[in-house]
Design a protein around this ligand. Structure first.
Ligand code: URP
Ligand code: ZN
Ligand code: ZN
Ligand code: ZN
Length: 465
């Protein structure tokens, strides 16, 4: 036989094209696209299904070491299992430097966490928290060369943030060595001051998380990040953009010809600050940063997606269990808002939510969907053309979508290790009912069929930005 697997009658959509043909897969790669390709050991009939490149979740946090007894809910086993069941075939989580530690130590530790556990392929972004001369002059340039070509920096969080001077120095390294810097843009001192004021007024409920990090705090930091990018002469990616005022800054930058890229996430389309005010302490389930905004801001984010303000749509999966002393109920009790760990789950629901709310409603077209969720992240993080599209020579990372399937999101159907989903009870239309990772079925009909350890590490080439 000539192929290991044939997907017959595929209605394929890529970031640019739509065509019907068969897909011949050999040794985990797409070996042929065409009609009457010949024999295969196995066939899958894709009649009636939409065939898309597997998703790339380019912003998720798996098994990231946490301070003071907190623990992320998902490691590489449960995180990639969940991703696979949601039509995602590549994840790019973060190897975070600890202050005082080396980047190499973070990379080594993170490889140990992934090895033997990941069910789909993975690359790493670095998180730079301590840009010492050694890191800037030696480690970072070397690691970029070795395939870690993107790194995140934070403008907030005491244990992660860089000051403006440090940010400029990191951007300069990115420019010299062709790396892409992802920036978490929120003004730390504003948040500290607002938090102190709320605390002194006796406010503790989860909803005050959103009040302590209003849009202005993100808008200001977004503008500052854009200014740094302009000064350093290097493109940047602003991650998890939450609403209108930050989008206005990005549009303004685009108008000036600056290379500012932007990412947004499902929580800014499907949640609002009202969800932080759910009964009792339940609002803690939706605490993430930046926080969800309001309906008008959701519309602004949809508009930004439709008009290509955004290049990437990621989950920012940073999951903590709710009823857990290492999670949202840290130390076994309800915490004041500023002590609740930030982050929500979203690996498995990312694609169905955008497909249903975006493609099915006509807000974005199928090609934008593929670009945002697979092709652009593959290009920007140096994984293209191996990942991110359906073409001859690419890895056979493919999701078969039933676009008629109506699914009520319930935590019971998800495969993460989290005891809730923020999207509980929402109905979506369209679900990836079969996912292939390098030609092997990893999920089918809401069941995980992959293997922990089958995922491979992907060194990244230079970003195409
Ligand atoms: O609240 C969030 N998003 N936590 C995850 C870390 C981050 O800033 O992306
Ligand atoms: Zn073979
Ligand atoms: Zn962030
Ligand atoms: Zn994040």
């Amino acid at each position: 036989t000539s192929f290991d697997l044939m997907i017959c009658n595929a209605d394929i959509a890529t970031a640019s094209d739509r065509f019907k043909c068969d897909i011949g897969i050999r040794h985990g790669k797409i070996a042929a696209l065409g009609l009457e390709l010949g024999e295969a050991a196995e066939t899958i009939d894709a009649s009636g299904l939409l065939v898309l490149p597997g998703g790339i979740d380019a912003h998720c946090h798996l098994d990231q070491p946490m301070p003071h007894g907190l623990r992320m809910a998902d490691d590489f086993a449960s995180g990639t299992r969940s991703a696979a069941c949601g039509g995602t075939t590549t994840v790019i989580p973060f190897a975070a430097q600890t202050k005082g530690g080396s980047l190499q130590a973070a990379v080594d530790d993170y490889h140990n966490r992934a090895a033997g556990k990941a069910a789909i392929d993975y690359a790493f972004h670095l998180i730079v928290t301590d840009p010492t001369p050694e890191v800037l002059q030696n480690e970072l340039p070397r690691l970029i060369q070795e395939g870690y070509t993107s790194f995140k920096i934070y403008m907030t969080y005491d244990d992660l943030k860089l000051n403006d001077h440090e940010i400029l120095k990191v951007l300069d390294v990115a420019r010299t060595h062709d790396a892409l810097v992802m920036i978490h843009a929120e003004n730390s001192d504003c948040i500290t001051w607002l938090t102190e004021r709320l605390a002194s007024q006796g406010h503790t409920a989860p909803k005050f998380h959103a009040i302590s990090r209003p849009m202005a705090v993100e808008r200001e930091a977004t503008h500052r990040a854009i200014t740094f990018s302009e000064l350093a002469g290097v493109p940047i990616l602003i991650v998890h953009v939450s609403g209108r005022e930050a989008i206005e800054q990005i549009r303004w930058a685009h108008g000036r010809g600056l290379r500012i890229y932007a990412e947004t996430c499902p929580q800014y389309l499907f949640l609002t600050e009202q969800d932080l005010d759910a009964d009792g302490y339940q609002g803690a389930k939706c605490i993430c940063s930046p926080p969800p905004r309001d309906k008008q801001n959701q519309e602004a984010v949809w508009n930004g997606l439709a008009h290509n303000v955004f290049s990437i749509f990621s989950s920012d999966h940073a999951a903590f269990r709710y009823d857990d002393p290492q999670g949202k109920k840290f130390k076994g009790k309800e915490q004041a808002f500023q002590y609740i760990p930030n982050g929500i789950p979203g690996l498995e629901t990312r694609l169905p939510l955008l497909f249903s709310g975006g493609v099915m409603t006509g807000r974005i077209d199928i090609h934008q969907f593929v670009a945002l969720t697979a092709t652009n992240p593959a290009k920007m993080y140096g994984l293209y053309p191996r990942k991110g599209s359906i073409m001859v020579g690419a890895d056979a990372d493919i999701a078969l979508w039933d676009t008629k399937r109506r699914v009520v999101i319930d935590n019971g159907i998800l495969h993460h290790n989290v005891d809730y989903t923020p999207y509980q009870g929402m109905e979506v239309q369209g679900w990836p009912i079969l996912t292939l990772s390098r030609g092997k079925v990893v999920s089918r009909e809401f069941s995980f069929l992959g293997n922990s350890g089958a995922g491979e590490f992907l060194p990244c080439a230079k970003p195409m930005v």
